[in-house]
Design a protein around this ligand. Structure first.
Ligand code: SF4
Length: 500
């Protein structure tokens, strides 16, 4: 079977890739940036929304220890289906991690980025983290190396990170005010002592800000992650965004709190709620200004493998990679060919980008219409290419008279996995429809009779007419159809955008 640049069959991917410059902006998302920075981010699935349709990432879990406690974190719990930071199935030594990375890179040539993100704090385990990076920069120079940290130990490691060719660093910064921080961090471990409360938060904040400034001075790209905790730091995060942007952070990623009692976290047990989709979007929009916002983060496990939103970690367990023979020189040649094919495809799609605007500009000046949220079923490649019943996460786009922009994703249980699970179908389907609240249309390659009817009853229009079309183009076309049918002249029917 012939595979294309995404490892998909030709049939599954025909129609090309994402034809806009990145999930909501026409043209090249980073066209305004200097060439050197564009080169750093163009195939990084976390730093570029467009790239996340094409390129994969992986994390290796080499860093067990942590030097702070967060009220939203518990690293002890794992379930195969759980995706949240700090969760892992197998802790690796640096040697094992390097072998795993090379095995994944040889098998999934779209994998461009290796990150160390836990399960503890990578910089609280500097020997293990740096040894992994040292070996990889030597043996697999075509892989970008990234690290995520809470920032407490960052300033003293900036020099070492720079020496090991780390050019992307993520710092989790949830506050710049120690009074807010004291509600999130019960303690830190600092200079061989446990420090609590406001004093602990102040030390952490000072170290994060110092580390940020040092990284920027070194020319290392910094992404700031912030966990949105309603009633604790939600209003405050606008100030965080303003400050980190002023200090030179490249990207701000505001993520929703994940808090369930069964995770055993303080916030989970205490019933602290996470934000609604609408609250998260409103805060991301408020933070945006002219700062780059990341809206496609999947809050991955510390051992995630694959395209964002998928996890192929089970294919690369230690017992499986032990038996793999890896010719990395050959793998690098194949990877270079695949990357060149992806870039050629992206360039061709970019040249067609103006077509995306046609369905919208045709409406401008003709009528006033409101924005609409639409859910899209895709398995990658920037096209509408998934059966409604096979979706594990929908991408959500907002279409308006002016543009189509990526808003976020919604995870769902797969409605139909065939065989024995079909008895659960109705329950899963009802849950999926609830998850799509706020969306007025759902675009997929195919959909069954039963979900079609239930979606319509819920005020969500199913649409299978744009299979294999580039996502933004398909969303724009459906928006135009809705406008021309007069469905966008009145407020949204029975779906509450406030909760979307
Ligand atoms: S957690 Fe977010 S930033 Fe990190 S690899 Fe996953 S998608 Fe990228």
């Amino acid at each position: 079977m012939e595979l294309n640049v995404l490892g998909q069959t030709a049939q599954a991917s025909s129609g090309g890739g994402c034809s806009s410059g990145g999930c909501g902006s026409s043209g090249d998302q980073f066209a305004h940036l200097p060439e050197a920075i564009r080169d750093k981010v163009k195939n990084h699935p976390c730093y570029s929304e467009e790239a996340h349709h094409y390129y994969a990432r992986m994390h290796v879990a080499v860093a067990p220890a942590c030097n702070i406690q967060c009220h939203y974190c518990n690293r002890k719990y794992d379930c195969a289906n759980e995706s949240r930071p700090g969760v892992v199935s197998e802790l690796l030594t640096p040697d094992q991690a390097v072998k795993k990375v090379m095995a994944v890179a040889a098998t999934i040539p779209q994998m461009t980025v290796l990150g160390i993100a836990g399960p503890g704090d990578p910089l609280a385990n500097p020997e293990r983290t740096l040894e992994t990076f040292r070996q990889l920069s030597d043996k697999a120079p075509d892989i970008k190396l990234c690290v995520s940290t809470n920032g407490l130990a960052l300033p003293e490691q900036v020099e070492a990170l720079s020496r090991h060719n780390i050019d992307h660093v993520t710092i989790t910064i949830n506050c710049v005010d120690p009074d807010v921080g004291a509600k999130i961090y019960p303690w830190i471990f600092w200079n061989n002592r446990r420090i609590k409360g406001r004093k602990a938060a102040k030390i952490l904040i000072d170290q994060q800000q110092k580390g940020l400034e040092m990284l920027v001075a070194k020319g290392i790209l910094v992404k700031v992650n912030s966990v949105m905790i309603p009633g604790v730091n939600d209003e405050h995060l606008k100030e965080v965004s303003r400050i980190v942007k002023a200090k030179g952070a490249f990207l701000h990623n505001v993520m929703p709190l994940i808090a369930e009692a069964e995770h055993g976290t303080f916030f989970g047990v205490m019933g602290q709620r996470g934000p609604t989709h609408g609250e998260l979007q409103a805060l991301q929009d408020a933070c945006a200004g002219d700062m780059n916002m990341m809206r496609h983060c999947r809050q991955c496990r510390a051992d995630a493998v694959g395209l964002l939103g998928e996890d192929r970690g089970a294919e690369f367990t230690l017992d499986k990679i032990d038996g793999m023979e890896i010719d990395y020189a050959a793998a690098m040649r194949k990877r270079a060919d695949v990357h060149a094919a992806i870039e050629a495809n992206r360039e061709a799609q970019r040249l067609q980008a103006d077509e995306i605007q046609v369905p919208l500009t045709a409406l401008q000046g003709v009528r006033e219409t409101r924005p609409v949220l639409m859910a899209v079923a895709t398995s990658g490649g920037g096209v509408v290419n998934q059966h409604f019943g096979h979706v594990r996460e929908f991408l959500v786009y907002e279409a308006s008279l002016h543009d189509v922009r990526f808003i976020g994703h919604r995870k769902v249980d797969m409605y139909c996995s065939g065989g024995d699970s079909c008895g659960d179908a109705e329950t899963s389907l009802q849950r999926t429809i609830r998850t799509l609240e706020g969306c007025e249309a759902v675009l997929c390659s195919r959909i069954g009779y039963e979900p079609w009817g239930l979606l319509e009853e819920a005020g969500i229009q199913p649409n299978g007419e744009h299979a294999l079309e580039p996502i933004e183009q398909a969303v724009a076309a459906v928006y135009r159809e809705m406008a021309e049918a007069g469905r966008l002249d009145a407020p949204a029917p029975c779906v509450s955008r406030a909760s979307a």
